[in-house]
Design a protein around this ligand. Structure first.
Ligand SMILES: Cc1cc2nc3c(=O)[nH]c(=O)nc-3n(C[C@H](O)[C@H](O)[C@H](O)COP(=O)(O)O)c2cc1C
Length: 526
């Protein structure tokens, strides 16, 4: 387990954990166990706005705010079935230790004490055990709310006849675990977990299932909390962000591997900015080549909404070639090359109900979002959120984000905070559409106050910092912004961010559930 050297926990509010339902239980006793085993179951890194010439209409100065002072959002969920409350107790301990939400699986027809009497060959469990076709247990609700927001899911159940109690099956088969870390846990009188976790993983067919852990029926809270700590999950609703100061192909691979999750599917997109000529700070192809090949990715971009060299498809393909992005992985695609958009719904957005992305977005199963972190004339800064919103937007989509849904044809004239909120909305639609099969890496080098959409960016005032990775784009951008605030020579960058109220995109992202501004930074160099 890697050592967390830096904990930046910015909690003003603790998550309020949903109470465990407790309905339909048949008492708190633990029946003695039946016999088991009878079968159960250089240049380095924009996307969008003007190069060189600034628009005459510069957004007005906005109130300044120090980043990282807001509340947390939960990203871990504990799901459990419990017939006699033992697993429920453990689920509660895990939720407390991990700062997680909790979700109980309640059979529509709850198990009574008589139902659970395994010594009676005519009891419900005995009959269900004997006849596999009877083990389909209808649940009051098999699909947790806001499922796509959870990166990590604990799944808890009692051991019945050496395997997972079957009421949990309905949950496992009803949800897509793609992009999630799944950690099974169980309670039993004496049996181990056996193959219960593996069998559930097979049943699910998706998700990164871990080994899990069995607990005795009367396990203490301390023992459970110790196990949760040993998993190295971010606590208190924080999202994990991994850091390396090693800005090299090896460093990039290591920080990616630290995420502990792989993208799933045959067609993986690697979203980056091709960079505006002649001298912008786009990501160095040699830095990213190994990782792009590791994920067998296709580099993807969208045309810009302003003039410049990347607003028209042929010219943009030429720039991509000139900048070395066409011979990496499976090649290069401009997702809106035909000028077409695909429309994604925005669930729970503040400004947008629809997001227009490049039409080829739908060709890909998962996205690796590689962003060069830098300042930005309009957004204040650009990182992961900007890359998945403006960066994946078609030209029409970019106009809509800039104007908070007002104009399909022009990006000028939007109100600043509404624009920032629209970026968060658009980003959420992308993450939701991929159901979490998306990972984020920000490279903090060539830290100019100007975006890579600027062909002649200002020289950086800050030294290179490192590479950061997370499954949470809000946490990732927040961590980068905090590192900027800590860096020597960051005054010009901070002026740019605060001048545009840049941190508001993080507030908006957290408000709508795109991610959490609370994070735990783990330095993988240590
Ligand atoms: C139908 C049934 C089958 C069980 N089978 C086993 C078993 O094979 N091995 C074991 O150690 N415990 C077994 N137990 C005991 C439970 O696994 C144990 O009491 C567990 O903690 C109950 O969790 P719960 O209170 O969350 O329902 C069984 C209990 C029941 C009701």
């Amino acid at each position: 387990m890697k050592k967390a050297i830096s904990m930046i926990l910015v909690l003003c509010l603790l998550l309020s954990l949903a109470a465990c339902g407790g309905t339909g239980k048949s008492g708190s006793g633990t029946p003695s166990a039946p016999p088991e085993g009878t079968g159960t179951p250089a240049p380095s890194a924009g996307t969008d706005e003007p190069s060189g010439t600034e628009p005459s209409e510069t957004p007005s100065e906005a109130p300044t705010e120090t980043p990282g002072t807001e509340t947390a959002g939960g990203k871990t969920l504990v799901v459990y079935f419990s017939a006699t409350n033992n697993t429920e107790a453990v689920a509660g301990y895990i939720a407390d230790a991990a700062g997680a939400d909790i979700f109980e699986l309640v059979p529509t027809e709850p198990y009574t004490a008589g139902d659970l009497d395994w010594t009676d060959p005519d009891s419900r469990v005995s009959r269900e055990h004997e006849d596999e076709s009877l083990r389909v247990v209808e649940l009051e609700n098999a699909v947790p709310d806001n499922w796509s927001e959870y990166d990590t899911v604990f799944v808890g159940y009692p051991i019945w006849w050496g395997g997972a109690a079957w009421p949990v099956n309905g949950f496992v088969t009803s949800n897509d675990f793609t992009g999630k870390i799944v950690i099974p846990f169980c309670t039993s009188a004496s049996s181990g977990m056996g193959e219960s976790g593996e069998l559930l993983a097979q049943m699910a067919g998706t998700g990164d299932w871990q080994d899990g852990r069995r607990f005795g029926s009367g396990v203490s809270e301390d023992e459970v909390a110790e196990w949760v700590d040993s998993l190295g999950l971010a606590s208190g609703g924080a999202s994990m962000v991994y850091f390396t100061s090693d800005i090299s192909p090896e460093g990039l691979m290591k920080v990616y591997e630290a995420l502990g999750v792989e993208l799933t599917g045959d067609n993986i997109a690697v979203k980056l900015s091709t960079g505006e000529p002649p001298a912008s700070n786009y990501l160095d192809p040699d830095l990213i080549r190994d990782l792009v090949e590791h994920v067998d990715g296709t580099i993807v971009e969208c045309n810009t909404a302003y003039g410049g060299s990347r607003s028209e498809t042929n010219m943009h393909y030429q720039v991509a070639e000139d900048h070395g992005f066409t011979d990496l992985g499976k090649g290069f695609v401009i997702m809106d090359e035909d000028g077409e958009s695909m429309i994604l719904p925005v669930e729970g957005g503040q400004r947008l109900t629809e997001n227009y992305v490049g039409a080829h977005f739908g060709d890909f199963d998962g996205f690796l979002v590689l962003s060069h972190f830098k300042g930005h004339m309009i957004a204040g800064f650009g990182g992961a959120i900007k890359n998945i919103s403006i960066g994946i937007g078609s030209q029409e989509g970019k106009n809509l984000i800039h104007t908070a849904g007002r104009s399909h044809t022009s990006w000028f004239g939007g109100e600043q905070d509404a624009f920032l909120e629209s970026m968060a909305d658009a980003g959420k639609s992308v993450v939701d559409a991929l159901d979490g099969n998306i990972l984020f890496i920000n490279v903090m080098n060539r830290l100019s106050i100007d975006c890579d959409c600027n062909g002649r960016p200002a020289e950086p005032d800050i030294h290179d910092i490192g590479i950061l990775a997370s499954t949470d784009p809000v946490a990732l951008d927040q961590a980068c912004l905090d590192l900027i605030y800590e860096a020597e020579g960051s005054e010009s960058f901070i002026r740019r961010v605060e001048g545009q109220n840049g941190a508001h995109v993080l507030e908006a992202g957290e408000t709508i559930g795109l991610g959490s501004r609370t994070y735990q930074l783990e330095n993988i160099d240590e």
